[in-house]
Design a protein around this ligand. Sequence first.
Ligand code: NAI
Ligand code: MG
Length: 368
Amino acid sequence: MSNPSLLILPGDGIGPEVMAEVRKIIGWYGANRGLNFDVSEDLVGGAAYDKHGTPLTDATMAKAQEVDAVLLGAVGGPKYDVLDFSVKPERGLLRLRKEMDLYANLRPAQCFDALADFSSLKKNVVAGLDIMIIRELTSGVYFGEPRGIFKEGNERVGINTQRYTESEIERVARSGFEMARKRGNKLCSMEKANVMESGVLWREVVQRIGDTEYPDVELSHMYADAGAMQLTRWPKQFDVIVTDNLFGDLLSDLAAMLTGSLGMLPSASLGAPMANGRPKALYEPVHGSAPDIAGQGKANPIACILSFAMALRYSFDQGDEATRLEKAVEAVLADGFRTADLLGEEGVSPVSTSEMGDAVLKALDASI
Ligand code: NAI
Ligand code: MG
């Protein structure tokens, strides 16, 4: 059997710097765990624009559709601010998500013990926190029609439309229930059924999928505003949350900050299963290209490394190896390794991007 395939798109700014550390880790798995990938690399975002005049070529798009998983660094940067909207670096990423139809965006919020002091919340509220937010990514108010700014009488009106079909709700609900089964068997669905018809339909459909297909999963519903309050009051009450595109955008950012730095946060965006049973998949850190620190060896590679751990778990059925990598990260943090974004404690000096990557490799070595 051939090796599973990975397309690496480092992108711009710190993207290539953090991806270099992931490459080391991919190499480690080949050398030490017999896990070999057919790795190819290509350009996306500003890097692709510089070479091809477009943030994503058709050839790269086609390649992304064929591989078992795509791993992306970050795109964007001030240099590209002057470009027309249609060729901005971010359009490359949006095209990938759209054409691969990646409808389930997985955003874990996990608090590493060593960083519990780093949270804006009290340590006992976040210590041990481990929740998963699933945000619908391809529909809802960011895509619904009609949209635009129109003239109405003698003033203008700005319009966006929250729109969800039953099948769009069904498929992301199933992602939520499947995730719940792999974790604590508990799913909380969030919408605003009290004021939005799309929310009424959302709640009804999620409940039906639960009753008919996942009666073993404990399902609850919450209004999204109350959900935001509960997430800051006592986040550990949740395990898996499923919600729409707009509320998911806000709630996942909120949950992310419960746990500390942007440099720590991975994500996965999954679509429908391909012929080989694996979902279409794109893994990427939550952060952007961090132009303020790009090229200085300061970036924290952990978000990108943990994104690869998610790939091991969700694309390659290597949950144990994913856990091994997460534990290696945990060990490195417990040993006091900190990139500049994680500083705050007295007497700790920062390590560089590659020193952090090397420390994770050492911890992996120690795990076998
Ligand atoms: P950003 O995430 O790039 O940076 C925000 C702040 O966090 C900066 O101070 C940065 O230095 C810091 N930071 C981010 N990642 C870090 C890491 N791994 N290690 C240490 N510090 C880190 O967001 P910003 O500044 O709003 O956007 C910069 C560019 O990135 C823009 O062009 C934006 O459009 C793009 N962007 C791209 C995203 C993507 O590729 N998915 C997501 C967000 C923004
Ligand atoms: Mg956001």
